[in-house]
Write a protein that binds this ligand. Sequence first.
Ligand code: SF4
Ligand code: SF4
Ligand code: FES
Length: 338
Amino acid sequence: MTAASQPLVQLQRPTHATDQSRRMSTRTISCTIDGTPISVREGTTIFDACRQMGTEIPTLCFLDTLHPVNVCRVCVVELEGARVLVPSCSRAVEEGMVVHTNSPRVQHSRKLVLEMLASSVDLSTTPNVAEWIAEYDAKPERFGPPAPPAPAGTRDASIAGHHAPPNPDFAATVAEPTKIDNDLYVRDYAKCILCYKCVEACGPDHQNTFAIAVAGRGFDAHISTEFAVPLPESACVYCGNCIAVCPTGALMAKTEFDKRAAGNWDESRMTATDTICPYCGVGCTLRLHVDEGEIVKATSPLENAITQGNLCIKGRFGWRFVQNTAAPAGSDVGNGRH
Ligand code: SF4
Ligand code: SF4
Ligand code: FES
């Protein structure tokens, strides 16, 4: 089988604590978390129970608006009587559970997860992770200096079952050149932790376009369009809903990418103003991020009941006419014609 003909991996959707049937339950479940008794509604996850108590648990692949896929394992907690640590983001509270959120075993596990991630992925634009690395005393440098970026296309062309032997002089990385193949957003997979959030957002959780999925196996696994074609040749409709959920900045609006590259991205001087999208009757809430009088990005609040953070191409990218800037080549976006 050639790399180009590799099938993309579709997610097996696990049964999890926020399934609708459980979410509607009015039954109360009692458990103990870090020595404190708590009662929650049946179906509540350990993570949500902790949140109700004010106990913070680190997460990377979890988002309230997405189906949990349990892949990052940074949220694990210890459950008395359980053989293995459990992902708090998806494991439902059960009657009588005794949970420890920060035991030595939990700390050790989180430390190792962070070390493996930070040694192989560029986490420079992932919020909170530097603090977690310090908190758990993670030492990603113990795996050696990071391997240089793979030439463009190498990871896309990897063939399942044909792994290159590791080079003991370096820590293996997912570094590769940033994919810039359109005017709306870039894909910098050197920053990808393979959290599946973009796949979920593009697929069954929100957009149902299925333009991207995980291809490859093991360390070669990566996010890909069908047959690794450039975005403009893929099924992508440029809703940008994948950008909205990406926790690492691997997916980024081109406007933000360009300003960051120019050293001119400073969120402390930006304002965010909520307004209504002018394009259609749905009336999605747009959050306009403005830097010194210039719109630099449009998002929608995750907590908005209508959008849940999602937009279409017009809301996400079609604001350039406000500043009369040029529309992307070959696109009607930005000139108000949609
Ligand atoms: S922009 Fe929309 S359609 Fe394109 S990959 Fe992202 S979520 Fe999928
Ligand atoms: S591109 Fe972003 S959202 Fe998608 S898997 Fe990678 S880190 Fe997660
Ligand atoms: S946040 Fe729970 S497994 Fe990733």
